[in-house]
Write a new protein. Structure first.
Length: 248
């Protein structure tokens, strides 16, 4: 920028001395040369160049970004999902859980965050640029399953930072914020042998301590009146559409 100012300053001086004006093409040529120089320095920085960096955001900044415009883009599709399919049928539970994860992920993206989905990662579901990796969980009743060990003996007893959705609330539970609120997560972790669970009583403790990252959502869903359609039927229907198109 200083280079640009200096060169245009020199242009002004030269004009006064010669009492003549530069042609527009001359000015364009000078500007283009300066811009090319700047671009070159960006692409080929030297050790003395100061390159911009992005500071990592903290829990508070992420939470504000997540909730400042409300969470109807979460609430409405999840209510529809549970009403139409639900988890009464055991074969639906995995697909409904994944769909809730995708809905939450889309909401985070709509808030301006860059999100990388981690479908095959151990213990994490998403990686948010300049923030951290998070697990996403939905739980309607009982203790909250953090992970299963696939019928083997569970040796992983650490809770990862988690976005937790219940029918009533949305939570951001991080180890950093638990420590700030003097909540020992080990008091609420239960190793069942083949899985790790979070005791549901921690939710009351969070309310008691005025934990800052809790948002009322109030998902309306009556399990007894749900349609309980099979997720597998939807997949099969879409698969057949795709298959028929592939034959054309």
């Amino acid at each position: 920028m200083d280079n640009i100012i200096q060169q245009f300053g020199q242009l002004s001086i030269n004009n006064e001395e010669t009492d003549s004006n530069y042609e527009l093409d001359d000015i364009k040529q000078i500007v283009n040369g300066i811009v090319d120089d700047i671009i070159y320095k960006i692409i080929n920085p030297t050790k003395n160049d100061i390159t911009p960096t992005f500071e990592e955001i903290n829990d508070e900044e992420f939470w504000q970004g997540l909730t400042i415009l409300g969470i109807n883009s979460l609430k409405k599709p999840i209510e529809y999902l549970l009403e139409e399919f639900g988890t009464k049928e055991p074969c639906n539970r995995f697909d409904v859980g994944n769909s809730i994860e995708f809905i939450i992920c889309d909401h985070i993206k709509s808030c301006g965050f860059k999100v990388i989905e981690l479908p095959n990662a151990k213990r994490f579901d998403i990686d948010i640029d300049n923030y951290k990796k998070l697990s996403i969980k939905y739980s309607s009743t009982g203790d909250i399953t953090l992970h299963n060990s696939n019928s083997s003996i569970n040796t992983d007893i650490e809770m990862k930072d988690t976005i937790l959705l219940t029918p009533d609330k949305l939570y951001l539970i991080t180890n950093t914020e638990l420590c700030k609120n003097n909540i020992n997560i080990n008091d609420y972790i239960k190793n069942t042998g083949d899985s790790l669970k979070l005791k549901r009583k921690i939710l009351k403790e969070l309310e008691k301590k005025n934990y800052p990252y809790i948002y009322d959502i109030n998902i309306k869903h009556n399990k007894k009146e749900g349609k309980n359609r099979l997720c597998s039927k939807i997949f099969y229907s879409k698969f057949m559409e795709e298959y028929k198109l592939s034959l054309k």
